[in-house]
Design a protein around this ligand. Structure first.
Ligand SMILES: CC(C)(COP(=O)(O)OP(=O)(O)OC[C@H]1O[C@@H](n2cnc3c(N)ncnc32)[C@H](O)[C@@H]1OP(=O)(O)O)[C@@H](O)C(=O)NCCC(=O)NCCS
Length: 232
């Protein structure tokens, strides 16, 4: 009748890909699934986080009725012709497993969440993930993953201390063959980043909202999630 994913992490539980069979829409299937995931998160004493479409009133209502609070707003962008994307500044390279502690620490500093296993997976998987980092003085101050797979072509997740770092990492990923034109989520409040993406020819193709049930940590930098549950 319905299904969803949830992933317990060190700091939180993330949730996504909620669906009910159309024959059962409006009969409480999703609410019942969500109640179970809320029970798991509450038993662990952790906040529950997700990234959901801001254009889908059914899911928006489902989550906010269950006590989720919309916290961050994202523009899903795509650049079909990358000829206006400049060559990124130096200091960007493919990440290696030795970068894992720095990446995990950066995400905790910027987003307030910790999920070492996810980043380990992105760094070691050979099914289409690619991770790039920007370093300054031996410290990772930006990271951006991308996935090139028949199931999804996305940039993200990523976290950066500065908008300029986000621009450089996006440029680097876009100039690498990712199997087409990947979609990426940019915080609507990162005004300079949004305007730069427009100047590179970006178009909006969706809107997403990060929602949280429980304690929310305000980001200290640029957060680029995807709408896949593993990246909330
Ligand atoms: C979104 C989806 C999962 C909802 O599933 P569902 O089983 O029909 O949802 P439920 O019957 O459990 O209803 C959820 C709640 O939202 C409420 N709701 C729905 N539309 C609402 C609206 N416009 N305003 C306020 N509340 C609304 C319902 O009343 C219900 O709350 P209640 O049980 O307290 O009355 C389902 O529509 C779906 O599978 N859609 C396609 C896939 C999708 O979009 N998934 C979301 C991805 S993030």
């Amino acid at each position: 009748m319905g299904s969803c994913f949830y992933h317990p992490r060190e700091t939180h539980v993330s949730l996504g890909i909620m669906n009910a069979h159309p024959d059962w829409f409006g009969h409480g299937v999703a609410r019942t699934l969500l109640e179970e995931v809320c029970r798991v998160a509450d038993a662990d004493g952790k906040p529950l986080r997700l990234v959901s479409s801001a254009l889908n009133l059914d899911s928006y209502s489902l989550y906010t009725r269950a006590g989720f609070v919309p916290r961050s707003f994202f523009q899903d962008m795509v650049i079909e012709d990358v000829s206006r994307v400049p060559r990124p500044a130096s200091g960007i390279r493919s990440a290696i497993l030795d970068d894992l502690p720095g990446i995990v620490a950066l995400e905790e500093r910027v987003s307030g969440i910790r999920r070492e296993k996810d980043w380990h997976y992105f760094l070691t998987d050979d099914h289409g993930w690619r991770v790039v980092v920007k370093e300054a003085g031996g410290t990772v101050n930006g990271v951006l993953a991308s996935i090139d797979h028949a199931g999804s072509r996305l940039l993200g997740p990523g976290v950066m201390v500065e908008e300029e770092t986000a621009q450089s990492l996006i440029a680097n990923q876009l100039q690498t063959d990712r199997g087409g034109n990947p979609v990426f989520l940019v915080p609507a409040t990162s005004k300079g980043l949004v305007q730069t993406m427009y100047s590179w020819g970006a178009r909006n193709c969706e809107l997403h909202v990060a929602q949280c049930r429980g304690e929310w940590v305000e980001p200290q930098g640029v957060v680029m999630p995807t709408f896949m549950p593993e990246t909330s």
